[in-house]
Design a protein around this ligand. Structure first.
Ligand SMILES: Cc1cc2nc3c(=O)[nH]c(=O)nc-3n(C[C@H](O)[C@H](O)[C@H](O)COP(=O)(O)OP(=O)(O)OC[C@H]3O[C@@H](n4cnc5c(N)ncnc54)[C@H](O)[C@@H]3O)c2cc1C
Length: 438
């Protein structure tokens, strides 16, 4: 049998959360030997690459506000002060809301909490919206189809100017390159972790241990390329957390739901070109990330491709899945055609004559309260459950994971704000439920 290799920390998963965590751990624990590994052949190839790569601090829970606001500030710092191009553009987020939605308790609380946290936001009424986005349909009084589809009329727009879009791959590259500069261990790819190694603590070397009366902890990973051991195994495996935690009897408390993205080009469509070049919301004179009032449909501008990425946060009717094969995460063109497209083209008729040129799908890793889970138990440090917003929370999650590893009571986030290190844990969880999930 091959000898197992030994490290201080093994980070499983090189998505945005894994690379950010590896970087902060190495930065603050320079003497530790940290192995970063992934079953894909490069970093950031799984759900990080499938995302809409948009970032917002407009959340209803103060925890998500803190995590995202500090991560967005870090993104700005990387791009403007460190000079690492992330293609970060502050185009803003615009929620289109009906009268009823705008006056609901949920939206009032959301706005109140943003005000309290100093999250900048602005309300537009429908006349202002029509002036700025002439192609937006705000009145469905003569549309039987819209009534049939239960589409809500637009009365208000809630806009956040500090939100935007970036290139998620560049963000991964930033952490990965910085990690490699300071790490003495070369990251490994094409390595599949088959199971976590759970052993008795302390080990008595009795046949058949660990027994029920013994304490146990994870001491490493068994992979298709051999066994690796470490004092701490970080699981940044996103939507696949259950795969490794279930077999050792740890509940990841996360569930995965498929999400899809469709690319629509604006180049051959005058109306869409104008929509893309919407003025008044940001310095780049580009349309913001827009969320429609109905059915969870949204789109973001893709400036370099001269088009839009269109998605949908469908809820009831979309199954939670234990993702086992890549085939489960393929986009469905009929879903765009029959579900998203009728909604999209009702509010923005310019989309009617154009069809997607590309599409992909990935999985959201949901926690029960839509706040990430970060905890260190039994030798495993878990960082997942970002609930569809892991890129915009990555830096904060990684700093919390590092603080937990170092046994610090608080984690200092970028910009200086602090959060109790165990606030996102399972046992000492101290968070509000998030209601603004797209
Ligand atoms: C369609 C869509 C749109 C989204 N839009 C946004 C958005 O606009 N903004 C935003 O912030 N977030 C968005 N998200 C969510 C975001 O993509 C995720 O929250 C984020 O990528 C999670 O990062 P991660 O590192 O946990 O996961 P991943 O990027 O999935 O990385 C996990 C890694 O673990 C590896 N791994 C898993 N199991 C094993 C194993 N057994 N052995 C070895 N390696 C393993 C995988 O190969 C993978 O590379 C979106 C997601 C989707 C699907």
């Amino acid at each position: 049998m091959n000898e197992s290799e030994t490290f201080d920390i093994i980070v499983v998963g090189a998505g945005i959360i894994g690379v950010a965590t590896a970087y902060h751990l190495q930065q603050n624990n320079p003497e530790k030997r940290i192995l970063l590994l992934d079953r894909y052949l490069a970093a950031g190839q799984a759900n990080t690459a499938m995302s809409a790569a948009a970032v917002r601090n407009m959340f209803a829970s103060s925890t998500n506000q803190l995590l995202t606001d500090s991560t967005i500030k870090f993104i700005e710092h990387v791009q403007t002060e460190l000079g690492f191009e992330l293609m970060f553009e502050k185009c803003g987020y615009l929620w289109l809301l009906s009268e009823e939605q705008f006056n609901s308790e949920g939206v009032k609380l959301w706005m109140e909490r943003m005000k309290r946290s100093g999250i900048s936001h602005k309300v537009y009424d429908k006349h202002e919206l029509k002036d700025m986005i002439p192609s937006l349909v705000v009145d469905f009084s003569n549309s039987e189809e819209a009534h049939l589809m239960n589409l809500k009329e637009v009365s208000y727009g809630l806009f956040g100017a500090d939100c935007g879009v970036l290139d998620a791959t560049r963000f991964v590259e930033f952490y990965f390159e910085e990690f490699k500069k300071i790490s003495s261990v070369k990251p490994r790819f094409g390595v599949n972790v088959e199971k976590l190694i759970l052993e008795a603590d302390p080990k008595l070397d009795l046949p058949g241990e660990p027994f029920v009366w013994q304490d146990k902890r994870v001491v490493g990973v068994k992979t298709d390329k051999g066994e690796f051991r470490a004092d701490c195994v970080v699981l940044a495996t996103g939507a696949w957390a259950n795969e490794l935690l279930d077999p050792i009897g740890m509940d990841s408390r996360t569930k995965c739901k498929k999400r899809q993205m469709f690319v629509v080009h604006a180049s051959d469509n005058e109306g869409l070109k104008q929509l893309l070049n919407t003025k008044g919301f940001n310095d780049m004179e580009v349309c913001p990330f827009i969320i429609l009032p109905s059915a969870g449909v949204y789109f973001r501008p893709q400036i370099q491709e001269h088009g839009f990425w269109v998605g949908c946060g469908d809820k009831l009717g979309r199954a939670y899945k234990y993702i086992q094969t890549d085939e489960e995460l393929v986009p469905e063109s009929s879903y765009y055609e029959n579900s998203m497209f009728p909604v999209l083209s009702a509010y923005f008729p310019d989309f009617a004559s154009t069809r997607p040129v590309n599409s992909w799908a990935g999985g959201y890793c949901y926690s029960p309260d839509a706040i990430p889970l970060v905890y260190y138990e039994n030798g495993v440090l878990v960082a997942n459950g970002a609930s569809g917003s892991g890129i915009m929370k990555a830096d904060a999650i990684a700093r919390i994971a590092d603080a937990l590893y170092r046994g610090m009571p608080e984690a200092e986030l970028f910009g200086g704000k602090k959060i109790p290190s165990e606030a996102l844990s399972i046992k000492k969880r101290k968070v509000e439920t998030e209601n603004v999930v797209i």
